[in-house]
Design a protein around this ligand. Structure first.
Ligand SMILES: *Cc1c(COP(=O)(O)O)cnc(C)c1O
Length: 388
């Protein structure tokens, strides 16, 4: 059992005495001990077993086992949200005086953790430009401990070369942490390129149906041991119900991602020919500046397409208002296609200059391409782009 689809479907926790086919839901906060001796042995880690669902639960254990195998990692951990996965990893692995290198185009809340939360504990960071890798060397300090990146990035779908980054991190003995949310392990496995830790917002493609929040971490055993020690006591545990939902969703991840990617590529190719569109960015379009790198490290281009409408902020907002089917909502990676306009929403608090630095042009639209029929998606966008 070594192919992705089979692992995603057949990794399953032990069956109960009822011999159920699908995994049952273990909604329990704690577990009963046979006797005082078993209780003692469990608490002293002499034997493995469930004690309390903040530490472990059969549903979260099944999900962790799946993501670990799908990412090709030694070990894994599950958290309540993607941000809990980011924060738990930083909290467990960084200490006062450490320094982090990160690319500027990271998820908004990850930016807030670096800029507002970690400095409270004396942990500093430097942003490096994803396009100017030759400058990264100069940003490394004696106390640099960790490199944190996303690829593809949000919302610009920029790509960073993971092979180069793996070698860079190893040469400087830095921990490489990759937020693999946009690609999923089906399209990209950062550990193959030398990442030490992979982080997911399972809220996005892993659930893929806009139902639950969740976070996952996969990577080296010694790092996961530290994360587990931190998380058992600080409490970002994933609910067993959400673990059950996400584990079931992973059974269809491969077929969903294939269709997300097919629809996204079709839409991107169509947009490139549209007279009201200034620029289209999609990793698997030959016009993408890192097309070759994307081809090297990703199986397909992913489900996110960004484009720039002519006419700036006003035209971007007008486009959203004219959509009839696509949802205006803050999520992505759903069966339903979603449109957002970063300049007037998620990135509106930045200055114009900061936005441009992060690659957010005034007319930039981000489409999370869903699983509706591609002709219907295109038709809705075509209608919204019409100026008359
Ligand atoms: C959504 C997202 C997160 C945060 O995940 P939550 O589950 O919302 O906490 C982190 N990174 C990326 C790239 C995301 O898209």
């Amino acid at each position: 059992m070594k192919n992705f689809e089979t692992i995603a479907i057949r990794t399953q926790t032990e069956r109960s005495q009822f011999n159920e086919h699908a995994t049952p839901l273990h909604l329990t906060s704690s577990f009963v001990f046979d006797d005082a001796e078993q209780m003692r042995a469990l608490f002293s880690d002499e034997i493995e077993g469930n004690i309390y669902s903040r530490f472990s639960n059969p549903n979260t254990t099944e999900l962790i086992d799946k993501i670990r195998r799908l990412e090709g990692a030694e070990a894994g951990w599950a958290t309540a949200t993607g941000m809990a996965a980011v924060f738990t990893s930083f909290g467990a692995l960084l200490k006062q005086g450490d320094h982090v290198l990160a690319c500027r185009s990271i998820f908004g809340s990850s930016h807030t953790i670096l800029t507002k939360i970690l400095p409270k504990w004396g942990i500093d960071f430097t942003y490096v430009d994803i396009h100017e890798t030759e400058k990264w060397q100069d940003a490394v300090r004696e106390n640099t401990k960790l490199v944190f990146v996303e690829t593809p990035t949000n919302p610009g779908v920029d790509i960073i070369d993971l092979e180069w980054l793996g070698q860079f991190s190893q040469a400087h003995q830095l921990l490489l942490v990759v937020d693999n949310c946009f690609a999923t392990p089906y399209l990209q496995q950062p550990i193959r390129f030398g990442a030490d830790l992979v982080i997911h917002s399972a809220t996005k493609y892993l659930d893929g149906q806009g139902r639950v929040l969740g976070g996952l971490i996969a990577g080296k055993q010694r790092l996961i041991d530290e994360i587990q020690a931190f998380a058992r006591h600080s409490g970002p545990a994933l609910s067993p119900f959400n673990a059950w939902v996400i584990s079931k969703s992973l059974e269809t991840l491969a077929v969903r991602m294939d269709r997300h990617c097919d629809n996204a590529l079709r839409l991107a190719q169509w947009l490139e020919k549209h007279p009201e569109v200034e620029l289209v960015k999609y990793p698997f379009l030959p016009s993408h500046p890192k097309y070759e790198v994307a081809k090297k490290q990703m199986k397909a281009g992913g489900g996110i397409v960004t484009f720039v409408v002519k006419g700036g902020v006003e035209q971007g907002k007008r486009f959203l208002d004219r959509l009839q089917m696509l949802s205006l909502t803050a999520n992505l990676g759903d069966t339903r296609s979603i449109a957002t306009h970063p300049a007037s929403t998620t990135h509106s608090k930045l200055s114009e200059e900061e936005r441009l630095e992060a690659g957010i042009l005034p007319g930039l639209i981000r489409i999370s391409v869903g699983l509706e029929h591609v002709e219907d998606i295109i038709q809705d966008i075509d209608h919204a782009l019409k100026t008359t």
